[in-house]
Design a protein around this ligand. Structure first.
Ligand code: HMG
Ligand code: MG
Length: 300
């Protein structure tokens, strides 16, 4: 084996489970708050330590994420870092009332996607994020940032890596502890991912970056592997491969958590997650949603 190829791999990886948010936001069948709480509890019991539990976005835009306040209030006792997506000051008001400990803010490299997703330009979204982040930090919350469409936009095509780097750096400067780079439509391939990371890492260290790969073109694990080789040690994923983005036509689910955990475990990289418990959750979700889910390992 050419060990040099793998000498940079981390010994452990932090998984950010986004199924209850990114996954369920794009399912036709909306789960009620108790069903979502059941999923979050099962994930935590499987050893998942970081879970995005919902969004304080407009329920007219994303009805699947309605009642996120109830989900938060019913999961307060869970021993895991739970976070909620917040798009604007209105969402931040809800986060303050719910007393969440962590929020996630989001913008994009692409103007067209940002407009479709949040009804504003990238600059306007960064202004909103600045206000929201200041409030969150003042309230003692942690703030995670997302940049979407880092490689390709469904409307504007391939994206400029330098622009993604500049936006990521702005999020870090505002106080985000980490920026997750979203390949929203999953069209990226490993060499492009490596080039993107190389560019972004000139402005933001690998220790403050995560990758968020949708698996639309089946490239997610390859892109994750190259990211790990470049020093990234935080990976977003969604149990069963649930999900997508309602404002990115054709975007299918995130890479399945069980597929990532299987690959990492087999390579000797720790995640702290019980793979058989994760597989059982994916199978239960498949029954609940009455459809096969795209993840591989839970079906193997
Ligand atoms: P807007 O229509 O421009 O907002 O939406 P507005 O300020 O003009 O308000 C319009 C109405 O919405 C008002 O109500 C507001 O009160 C209400 P009305 O007077 O008509 O009854 N409103 C809200 N209600 C609840 N919560 C709020 C809120 N804000 C306003 N926070 C907004 C702007 C951002 C709210 C809207 O565009 C929205 O909710 N977008 C949804 C975005 C979303 O959730 N997208 C999916 C998540 S991002 C993603 O999946 C990508 C990611 O996974 C990374 C990747 O894969 O790349 C993170
Ligand atoms: Mg996503």
């Amino acid at each position: 084996m050419n060990t040099k190829l793998f000498s940079e791999l981390p010994t452990s990886v932090r998984i950010m489970e986004v199924g209850p948010r990114d996954g369920l936001q794009n399912e036709t069948m909306a789960l009620d708050a108790d069903q979502r709480v059941g999923l979050i509890r099962a994930l935590a019991a499987a050893g998942v330590k970081n879970i995005e539990v919902g969004s304080f976005v407009s329920p007219k835009w994303v009805p699947q994420m309605a009642d996120t306040d109830t989900v938060v209030s019913k999961t307060g006792d869970i021993d895991a870092n739970l976070s909620v997506l917040v798009p604007n000051p209105r969402g931040m008001e809800q986060a303050l009332v719910a007393e969440v400990k962590e929020i996630a803010v989001f913008t994009a490299t692409s103007e067209a996607f940002c407009l479709k997703n949040t009804n504003c330009s990238v600059d306007e979204s960064l202004e909103r994020i600045k206000v929201v982040t200041e409030q969150a930090l003042a309230a003692g919350m942690r703030v995670r940032g997302y940049v979407s469409t880092v490689l390709d936009c469904p409307y504007d095509g391939p994206m400029d890596a330098q622009r993604c780097a500049d936006i990521s750096k702005q999020l870090i400067d505002m106080g985000c502890y980490e920026v997750s780079l979203g390949d929203t439509i999953g069209k990226g391939t490993p060499i492009r991912m490596a080039h993107l990371l190389e560019t972004v890492m000139k402005q933001v260290p690998a220790s403050q970056l995560a990758v968020h790969c949708h698996d639309t073109y089946g490239q997610a694990l390859a892109n994750i592997l190259v990211s790990l080789q470049m020093g990234i040690s935080v990976v977003d994923s969604s149990v069963g491969g649930l999900g997508g983005c309602p404002y990115a036509k054709g975007a299918s689910g995130n890479v399945a958590t069980e597929d990532v955990v299987f690959m990492l475990t087999e390579m000797g990289i720790e995640t702290g997650i019980d793979l058989s418990a994760l597989n059982a959750i994916a199978r239960d979700m498949s029954v609940l949603l009455d459809k096969p889910l795209p993840g591989h390992v839970h079906k193997a």
